[in-house]
Design a protein around this ligand. Structure first.
Ligand code: MIG
Length: 626
């Protein structure tokens, strides 16, 4: 059952698809105190949800702020990442879900300040609150998901393996990458184009020398079973004569400052303006611009920088330069050094900038700061709506920033992680929270985006990522190369990525089932075995679809790990060249998992396809069951 409570929302965020009547009275089980929703917890209470956030599957003990942020360090002490997913599921004396539908900042203190109390503080009380109850954790999620609408389902080929890198600059770089995969006999379905394919980082442009004929090149790659997936950034270069800028400027489609002038920010293209995605007309206009690329045979996109990320604003930069000048002339002491440094650091993603521009939404004019968390969502929606018009086939689409509701239009990737062992576990722990909020098509940058990857890290990360719907290896400009062919011996990668393709019949059908039934593809064990006291503490294993459980290795130099079996299961070991199975009883087991072996556990037979070099070669009719 769902109860909806009215706190005078200022805008329809678009998160929910069902109009529910308002309940009168208090939003039990919360009490309202000091402009916050609070609830006492007993020692056993666990809290799930919050989508894309740091730390454990059980979120209790930390404090989170929903505020879409371009955050390059996903450390434990971070309160915000790229998504704003305001749904929690409390499993204690009371068991219920709570969704705080608010477009602005909201803080979830989940036993941080006071270890026995939840305190949820929205910055503005203009919100809708939904309290969801049900017979089980899964039932509560299903009820919530029915409220927010069906999840995006990507085309089957988006379940193939993708290679990306910020640093493939030319057609030749991309072709070489495809050749290397082919030479190594490693399957591949997608190659991603990062910002360097554009001309001066201008959205919907293609660099004339680097990709002289993108249409022909996309066709050449498609012939080899590989699709090109370009990036689109939120901001538009401010440059007279660039048609996207000229048109948008003339029609008033960019966010405005307090004087009604286009608000100017600095991002990759230099001085840029921000499309007003909250204005439906502007959103449709921007979405239809993807045609420039779909006309060249492009079938999928990733949307970036849509928190929106700001390096600086024109206004902020002018001010900073004045401040730095004031510091000039003094003694060259540390105070002055830190003074100058801080002035410049504070330019990026500055709250004052978010307070200085405005949207033109159907409900009226809004200060960006008050509706910040809706920006990325509406960029994804604009692309999705347009792609449905522009193409007959489903498109691949995923985004960096998101709000609940965006799950209907695309997936999300988890942004700029690091080549750190702990980020394998972080990625695993993020998946169920995202699934609760509807984001089923998701995955992390395999091998880590920032930092230098190693062969063993990549093997272990891939051995987990064969199960994530989005399976993409991506890394930052200037880092060590980390393609599956970059570490010499390619056999292990051929085996692991090859296995992904063999598992697609299972993974894709379980994914579609989850989407259609408002269910979770990845579940904490506690959701399937509510009576089992041990599973509630298992933070590094997941249920995947109806029949499978995974327990990946995420520790450097480990050659196995402890695995908890909540019931008798079959252990499946996929070793290069052979599959072995062994029945294991309920309870704890130490399982050997040498580097290169992929081990998982099943409750019932799993279909396995014949090996394929890409999804178009995949034979979905003739599968064997293991
Ligand atoms: O400021 O386009 O998260 O995946 O490679 C960095 C360059 C901008 C951030 C994305 C990352 C992408 C990078 N982008």
């Amino acid at each position: 059952m769902i109860k909806r409570f009215n706190f005078s929302p200022i805008i329809n965020t678009g998160a929910v698809v069902k109009e529910l009547p308002y309940d009168s009275g208090n939003p039990v089980p919360f009490t309202l105190k000091n402009n916050a929703f609070s609830l006492d917890m007993d020692a056993k209470t666990r809290i799930y949800g919050l989508g894309e956030t740091v730390r454990g599957i059980n979120k209790r003990g930390w404090i989170y702020e929903s505020w879409c942020t371009d955050e390059p360090f996903h450390n434990e002490d971070k309160r915000s990442l790229y998504g704003a997913h305001n749904f929690i599921l409390v499993d204690g004396k009371e068991r219920f879900g709570a969704f705080f539908d608010t477009p602005g900042k909201i803080t979830f203190d989940l036993g941080y300040t006071d270890s026995d109390r939840i305190v949820i503080t929205p910055e503005s009380f203009a919100l809708d609150l939904y309290i969801v109850t049900g017979d089980s954790l899964k039932a509560i999620v299903a009820e919530f998901r029915a409220l927010i609408g069906k999840s995006y389902i990507p085309p089957l080929w988006a379940f193939g393996y993708g290679q990306s890198r910020w640093g493939y600059v030319t057609e030749k770089d991309i072709r070489e990458c495809a050749d290397n995969y082919e030479k190594a006999g490693i399957p591949l379905d997608m190659l991603y184009l990062d910002i360097d394919y554009m001309d001066s980082f201008k959205d919907f442009s293609v660099h004339p020398e680097r990709f002289p004929d993108l249409k022909a090149f996309a066709a050449e790659m498609k012939e080899r079973g590989i699709r090109l997936i370009p990036i689109i950034d939120a901001a538009v270069k401010k440059q007279d004569g660039y048609s996207v800028y000229d048109e948008g400027h003339e029609k008033g489609y960019f966010c405005k400052d307090e004087n009604g002038e286009d608000f100017v920010v600095g991002v990759w293209p230099g001085k840029s303006v921000l499309p007003d995605f909250l204005n439906p007309e502007a959103a449709r206009w921007f979405g239809m611009k993807y045609k420039a690329l779909t006309d060249r045979g492009i079938e999928g996109f990733w949307n970036d920088m849509n928190e929106p990320a700001l390096f600086y604003s024109e206004k902020g930069m002018d001010h900073a330069i004045d401040e730095v000048k004031k510091l000039d002339g003094g003694e060259l002491d540390s105070l002055r050094f830190f003074g100058v440094r801080d002035v410049l650091i504070k330019l990026q993603n500055n709250a004052d900038d978010y307070k200085s521009f405005y949207h033109n939404a159907p409900e009226g004019k809004f200060r960006h700061y008050d509706v910040h968390n809706l920006y990325g969502y509406n960029m994804t929606k604009s692309a999705y709506d347009a792609l449905c018009e522009l193409r007959d086939e489903p498109s691949l689409l995923f985004s960096r920033a998101s709000y609940i509701g965006a799950h209907r239009y695309g997936g999300v990737w988890t942004g700029d992680n690091h080549a750190w062992w702990k980020h394998i576990l972080q990625s695993l722990q993020q998946m169920p929270g995202m699934n609760m909020c509807g984001f089923l098509y998701s995955g992390s940058d395999i091998g880590g985006f920032n930092g230098n990857c190693t062969r063993d890290l990549l093997i272990r990360w891939m051995s987990f990522a064969v199960f994530t719907p989005l399976m993409r290896n991506h890394s930052a400009f200037g880092t060590r190369r980390q393609e599956a062919f970059a570490f010499g011996d390619t056999e292990a990668f051929r085996h692991i990525i090859g296995l992904r393709y063999r598992l697609i019949p299972y993974l894709y059908s379980e994914f579609v089932k989850a989407a259609e039934n408002d269910a979770m593809f990845f579940r904490p064990l506690a959701f399937d075995y509510e009576e089992d006291e041990i599973v509630a503490t298992v933070e590094d294993q997941l249920m995947v679809g109806d029949s499978m459980m995974i327990a990946p290795v995420y520790v450097q130099n480990a050659v196995g790990r402890h695995v908890y079996l909540p019931e008798k299961m079959e252990q499946i070991r996929m070793h290069e060249g052979y599959i072995s199975t062994e029945e294991l009883n309920t309870g704890w087991h130490y399982v050997d998992i040498p580097l290169g072996d992929v081990v998982f556990f099943t409750k019932s037979p799993i279909p396995l396809a014949k090996p394929a070099m890409n999804t178009s070669e995949l034979d979905l009719e003739n599968v064997e069951f293991i």
